[in-house]
Write a protein that binds this ligand. Structure first.
Ligand SMILES: Cc1ncc(COP(=O)(O)O)c(C=O)c1O
Ligand SMILES: N[C@@H](CCOP(=O)(O)O)C(=O)O
Length: 463
């Protein structure tokens, strides 16, 4: 299996190198040269299998010969062993025809653990084999950072630097990043928003001297392996509701477009997904774009679903690449316009192709709070604000008899203030995290300045 860049000017790589590389050297994102398909019989045969078995069968066609079957299976087994639910990603019913896929039973209580735990294992295998050290730099609006730290903390051959927007993540999210004691973990509170964090991260990748000198690696969803591991739960959920014999819809709380792009890949692999619905908070650039064809940034607005406070949605580039007929030059032109003018118009044919697959909707702050309260009253399910955005938008897109599955992307206890304000009930952390507020914090507040960040990373790495 070979991987190509969405900008068409970077070397083709195998799975392992694409994973260790992160962003392509032409600034694009790696995607598989071909998307493997599973036959209806192969999809039907996933019914009743463990989450780990489904993960192996879905991921193996993409990893090619990068890892032996035993290594890949071992990595998957270790990745999910610490999850707090036997099903890993349980499906609960909210209403007739509407289901919630709970993706928050991993170690850091958000869907990021599903991929981060696997790639943590795969990175360790690959680095040990090659005797390499790397520096991971990640940008987070709250959840990727803690998941990455959890997956890579304490490793001898990895240093981890996480950029998060200062004052714009929840206290639980911040403490998850600032309380680990391992010397290889560095939490950096950047004076700016998430888009600034992600822009500086991409600047570092595009500075090839810096990139090579520190052995830069990325574990944001710019990394194809992140997207791949997230494809798996679309299969487990759809199959449990009758796929391949029955189509399903998904609604996905969306920011960086990585999670919903994983659903798109599942669909291309043959899973009968009828619609994928993008659910945004008041940072609704994707909803506006799908509605009007205009992708225009207008500044990140802080919300009660902070992990989705994103305007420059990284993986939308992968979707554009597909609907532009895999034309790297056309993608490069749109991305250049985004950088120079803050936006672009999606060509009409590409917009129609997007709309055939993706629906969209937006939830205001009040609607998000009202949905948290209403779901608690109606079903007893306590939603985090991101999942509530999803449920609210999903309710507007129900199309019986096709079942709707909404992704619940984080545990409500990560956002106790917003949940308490909506319901009067303050969700508690699981016992293993009960002392989170007693642990001492370690973080540096940093300017939004590329050269200063690069110097800090150079100095902070262990020799
Ligand atoms: C809790 C939560 N929900 C939803 C999202 C949006 O996911 P994506 O960025 O893959 O679109 C994020 C951040 O990625 C998140 O942390
Ligand atoms: N919401 C994310 C933003 C980064 O997303 P990623 O999927 O590209 O890592 C977060 O919580 O950090």
């Amino acid at each position: 299996m070979r991987y190509i860049s969405t900008r068409g000017r970077a070397p083709e790589l195998g799975f392992k190198d694409a994973m260790l590389t992160g962003l392509a050297r032409d600034g694009g994102l790696y995607v598989p040269a071909e998307i493997p398909r599973l036959s209806p019989d192969e999809i039907a045969a996933l019914a009743g299998q463990s989450y780990e078995e489904v993960a192996y069968r879905v991921m193996a066609p993409f990893t090619g010969d990068a890892f032996s079957e035993a290594d890949l299976r071992g990595a998957i087994e270790r990745a999910y062993a610490g999850f707090g639910h036997a099903a890993r990603a349980p499906l609960v019913q909210l209403a007739p025809g509407h289901f919630l896929l709970e993706l928050f039973h991993g170690p850091t209580l958000a869907f990021k653990d599903f991929a981060m735990q696997v790639i943590g294992q795969l990175f360790q295998l690959a680095l040990a084999r090659e005797g390499r050290r790397i520096t991971i730099v990640g940008a987070t609006s709250g959840d990727t950072g803690s998941a990455a730290i959890e997956a890579f903390r304490g490793l001898d051959n990895v240093d981890v630097f996480i950029l998060f927007p200062h004052g714009r993540v929840s206290e639980v999210q911040r403490r998850q990043m600032t309380t680990p004691v391992e010397a290889n973990v560095h939490a950096l509170a950047l004076q700016g928003d998430f888009d600034d964090c992600q822009a500086r991260l991409k600047d570092m990748f595009n500075d090839h001297d810096f990139r090579d000198s520190v052995g830069l690696a990325g574990v944001n969803s710019i990394n194809w392996a992140r997207v791949l591991a997230q494809v798996v739960y679309y299969f487990t959920a759809a199959v449990s509701l009758g796929a391949p014999g029955r189509p399903v819809d998904f609604t996905v709380p969306t920011g960086n477009f990585g999670d919903i792009f994983a659903g798109y890949i599942a669909r291309r692999m043959g899973l009968p997904i009828r619609r994928l619905v993008v659910a945004t908070n008041q940072n609704d650039i994707l909803h506006r774009c799908l509605s009007t064809g205009e992708y225009r940034t207008d500044g990140v607005k802080p919300s009660i679903s902070p992990s989705m406070d994103i305007q420059v949605s990284s993986n939308f580039e992968r979707a554009l690449f597909e609907v532009l007929g895999r034309d790297g030059a056309a993608v490069t032109q749109l991305m250049d316009e985004l950088r120079s003018a803050g936006g672009f118009s999606v060509p009409q044919g590409a917009l129609e192709a997007l709309r055939e697959i993706f629906g969209s909707g937006r939830a205001s702050e009040d609607e998000t709070s009202a949905t948290i309260a209403a779901q608690l009253a109606a079903t007893g399910e306590l939603l985090c604000p991101h999942s509530a955005v999803g449920v609210k938008v999903a309710q507007e897109h129900l199309a019986p008899p096709v079942p709707m599955i909404t992704l619940a992307t984080a545990h409500p206890a990560k956002f106790p203030d917003a949940v308490e304000a909506a319901t009067g009930r303050r969700p508690g952390l699981p016992p293993r995290m009960a002392d989170l507020f007693d642990r001492s914090e370690r973080m540096r507040v940093v300017e939004n300045d590329l050269a200063a960040l690069q110097a800090l990373i150079h100095e902070g790495r262990r020799a």
